[in-house]
Design a protein around this ligand. Structure first.
Ligand code: NAD
Length: 500
């Protein structure tokens, strides 16, 4: 393994570093604010070299037996488990999230590798003997070809792992384009897969920006695109990719609400609001960004959240802090701009995260936990995905008003209800227009053997990630209807075939 945090990170094509005369971008250590390294940004030609590698590897990989593919996947799972600490350290160094959180990210990605070890079971087809007299019908799922995976900065390991193990276990080859903001995890994971025995060309990594993404979306050798990122880019990727005849799943942004009913355990709800609102500095697509509180308990709940959030230690993720920095200085300033906007719009600033002590060296991209109370739906802090440690509290008079508020959001990624009333929880599950729902669980990311996906502007396309839907996305169905003549000739009949 030679993916160390080097001065210029290169692409990974054909199981080797690929050096081209490409542009470069800066990768920061967000905890210190320093430029840690450069990353190559692929030109069209470099992206095409990765596509060519995956395209050339596809026939051989498609025809590799399930037994061999699975053996490599098991080996990968073992290596990843043994060395997850190295990957977590890379994530913390480039993303900034605290080390425990980075380890959690790797663990959730490993679930999908474990799922992919089950590929032979999940890819089993169906067979109907004697569908018609002497005629058998067989359904089988076959890989698509070359899969493009384009991932965001906030989960540099887990989001790629949502897709490439399933794509590869299903017999596809892959071009992964990770976020250029924290790109090293992708190389590390691809290099480890080569160590596990993955043949050259099956998993390639190109680093880049729009130029590389556009090349992937327009190249006819790409069969499918799995995208995760902000909603405007997801919409663009979905419309361009599908217009070019590709199968596309494009996961977008989010604004996740947590409804707290008066009968809830308010200490539990406050703990969970803090964990889900400020973990990873709010840079999670399943973060809680809006607490919807029934009037009767709102004052008490806001006080409990504020009291807990004030105790959080903010600083360098390698130092045992609770919350790390934001990804870049530019993003930190944008989030701080929302705090100004919230104040100007008249929301009550219940916790001001613009100042506070930080346990880090240098000028990292830090903000402290921030909370606004009395937020209304016309304020930009409510309407926009902020993607930072800024929690809004919206007060409602009733359960129905809370449900209506959540259902009016343009996003539908995750939501949660906190209550001890099973009937109310059941009504919530039934009526809420959101893809992933938690009951007394604030971040309801499904386990690997279910599927992950939001509704509305949080997902364009109809197949969710990993789980059974992941395997469906990366394969297509073929049905064979067959008759072996035994031994007589059936005679000529020009009528439409009927089953008898
Ligand atoms: P982003 O949209 O800026 O970038 C995502 C990917 O798109 C990156 O690989 C980036 O290089 C590429 N990209 C950026 N601009 C592009 C352009 N103009 N044309 C083509 N490609 C472009 O997102 P981000 O800031 O890296 O990630 C945060 C966003 O991702 C948030 O909105 C978050 O909610 C979302 N997200 C969603 C989910 C989900 O499951 N729905 C999961 C994780 C993150």
């Amino acid at each position: 393994m030679n993916t160390t945090l080097t001065s210029t990170l290169q692409h990974w094509i054909d199981n080797a570093n690929y050096v081209a005369d490409d542009r470069t971008g800066k990768v920061y250590n967000p905890a210190t604010g320093e430029v840690a390294r450069e990353v190559a940004l692929a030109s069209k030609a470099t992206t095409e070299a990765a596509i060519a590698s995956a395209h050339a590897a596809f026939p051989g990989w498609r025809d590799t037996s399930l037994a061999r593919r699975t053996a490599i996947m098991f080996r990968y799972r073992e290596l990843l488990t043994e060395r997850k600490g190295e990957l977590a350290a890379i994530i913390t160094a480039e993303h900034g999230k605290v080390l425990d959180d980075a380890l959690g990210e790797v663990a959730r990605g490993l679930e999908v590798v474990e799922l992919a070890c089950n590929a032979p079971y999940l890819l089993k087809g169906e067979y109907s003997e004697n569908a018609s007299t002497g005629v058998d019908v067989q359904s089988m799922r076959q890989p698509l070809g070359v899969s493009a995976i384009i991932s965001p900065f906030n989960f540099p390991a887990m989001v790629p792992l949502w897709f490439f193990p399933v794509a590869i276990a299903s017999g596809n080859t892959v071009v992964l384009k990770p976020s250029e903001k924290d790109p090293s995890a992708a190389n590390w994971m691809a290099e480890l897969f080569a160590e596990a025995g993955l043949p050259a060309g099956v998993l390639n990594v190109v680093h880049g920006d729009k130029e590389s993404v556009d090349t992937l979306l327009n190249d006819e050798r790409i069969s499918s695109v799995s995208f995760v990122g902000s909603t405007p880019i997801a919409q663009y990727v979905y419309s361009t990719g599908t217009a070019n005849g590709k199968r596309v799943q494009a996961f977008g942004g989010a604004k996740n609400h947590m409804l707290v009913l008066p009968d809830a355990d308010l200490d539990l709800a406050a703990d969970m609001a803090v964990n889900a609102g400020f973990g990873a500095a709010g840079e999670r697509c399943m973060a809680i960004s809006v607490v919807v509180a029934l009037e009767g308990i709102a004052d008490q709940l806001v006080a409990k959240i504020a009291e807990r959030a004030k105790t959080l230690r903010v600083g360098d993720g390698t130092r045992g802090c609770d919350m790390g920095p934001l990804i870049t200085g530019e993003h930190r300033d944008k989030v701080a701009g929302y705090i100004d906007a919230g104040i100007a719009a008249g929301a009550t600033l219940a916790l001001d995260g613009r100042t506070g002590t930080v346990d880090a060296d240098g000028e990292g991209f830090f903000l402290h936990p921030t909370m606004f109370d009395n937020v209304t739906t016309d304020m930009s802090i409510y309407t926009d995905e902020i993607f930072g440690p800024v929690l809004s509290v919206v007060r409602v008079e009733s359960f129905d008003e809370g449900v209506e508020l959540i259902n009016s959001s343009k996003y539908g990624n995750g939501t949660a209800i906190f209550t001890n009333d099973g009937g109310a929880a059941r009504r919530f599950e039934n009526r809420i227009q959101v893809g992933m729902v938690g009951v007394n669980v604030p971040i309801p990311v499904p386990v690997g053997y279910h599927s992950f996906g939001g509704w509305k502007a949080s997902l364009f396309g109809d197949q969710h990630a990993y789980g059974p839907e992941g395997f469906k996305f990366f394969t297509r169905n073929k049905v064979v209807t067959k008759r072996w003549l035994d031994p007589s000739h059936g005679g000529i009949n020009l009528g439409f075939p009927q089953n008898d």
